[in-house]
Write a protein that binds this ligand. Structure first.
Ligand SMILES: NC(=O)c1ccc[n+]([C@@H]2O[C@H](COP(=O)([O-])OP(=O)(O)OC[C@H]3O[C@@H](n4cnc5c(N)ncnc54)[C@H](OP(=O)(O)O)[C@@H]3O)[C@@H](O)[C@H]2O)c1
Length: 284
């Protein structure tokens, strides 16, 4: 049995699909089982990473855990999960971390939270693998509404290049680490095949959609105000903006061969991702 946390999120859901496709039994935790929308074969358990007592029942009989935690409480949630997993006799834990956790120069909150979470996982004594992705290709879905409504992508740091990765490839690396031997103690920095700026991603989207799109660079202040407008907490909005600014640094544009090394096939391109998700950018 494999336990997936962050099961209703981008990567956790992709991990579930891959585990099921390989006929592995899957249990998932969520705070809202009634609206989780997970496949019928998944055993869904109501649990909260902030509540260690809720995690123990979810871990009974589990062989490996995919640990996706999110937000300002990443260090505590990782520590709670790792401790409960060790107590339940779980063999492996694969942590979804951040590519920039490996950047010594990164002192902004999100890589710092992940480094603290990684430390808690290591200190627990469980067999671990760290999966450190760079920016997700799926972050482009934040542009879907304005692409549909006005044919415009609005983003800060328009020239900043990130070696964006398809969440399906992150899941493929994570599932290999969970289910195959030889991944214990490995730190996998996971990227796509090419560094791309928001402006370049907009050009690819326009080609896929077969219509012109406009790229409008907005100020970091406006981008932060937009996050607050859609309900992101101020501390999280500040952390996200600090992270976005680092797209201007070279660290995020480095391509790593991890997907091919771990899965034996090339990482998916942004063009492939955009084609698969073209309906999200198309008005119905
Ligand atoms: N986006 C990027 O470009 C990027 C790049 C590198 C790393 N990352 C890292 O990826 C992680 C986010 O992954 P994601 O995008 O796949 O997730 P996501 O789509 O943001 O979803 C968040 C998930 O966390 C679960 N969750 C949140 N608080 C919880 C709690 N207290 N107890 C139990 N579950 C909780 C939610 O489950 P329920 O709501 O169902 O309970 C949901 O499934 C973050 O750590 C982020 O730093 C992101």
């Amino acid at each position: 049995m494999f336990l997936v946390t962050g099961a209703t999120g981008t990567v956790g859901r992709a991990v579930i699909d891959r585990l099921l496709a390989a006929d592995h039994p899957v249990r998932a935790i969520t705070r809202r089982p009634e609206s989780a929308g997970l496949p019928a074969s998944v055993e869904v358990v109501c649990a909260d990473l902030a509540d260690p007592g809720s995690l123990s029942p979810a871990l009974a009989g589990v062989r490996g855990v995919f640990a996706a935690t999110a937000g300002t409480e990443i260090p505590t949630h990782d520590a709670n999960l790792a401790a409960a997993a060790v107590a339940a006799g779980v063999e492996r834990l694969v942590k979804l971390s951040s590519g920039r956790a490996g950047d010594e120069a990164a002192t902004d909150p999100i890589p710092a939270w992940h480094r603290a979470g990684e430390r808690a996982v290591r200190a627990s004594g469980i067999g671990w693998t760290m999966v450190r992705p760079m920016g997700f290709m799926s972050n482009a879905l934040h542009w879907a509404h304005s692409v549909r409504e006005t044919g415009t992508v609005r983003a800060p740091f328009g020239q900043g290049r990130i070696a964006v990765v398809d969440p399906a490839d992150i899941a493929a690396v994570a599932v290999a680490a969970l289910t195959e031997p030889g991944h214990a103690g490995e730190i996998y920095t996971v990227t796509g095949p090419q560094p791309l700026s928001p402006r370049e991603q907009t050009e690819t989207l326009a080609e896929i959609l077969g219509r012109p799109l406009r790229f409008e660079e907005i100020s970091p202040e406006r981008a932060r105000a937009e996050l607050l407008r859609v309900g992101v907490e101020p501390a999280m909005a500040a952390a996200i903006m600090a992270l976005r600014a680092t797209a201007l640094e070279s660290f995020t544009s480095v391509v790593h061969p991890t997907v091919e090394h771990v899965t034996g096939r090339s990482p998916r391109t942004f063009r492939e991702w955009a084609f698969d998700h073209r309906n999200s950018f198309t008005a119905v």
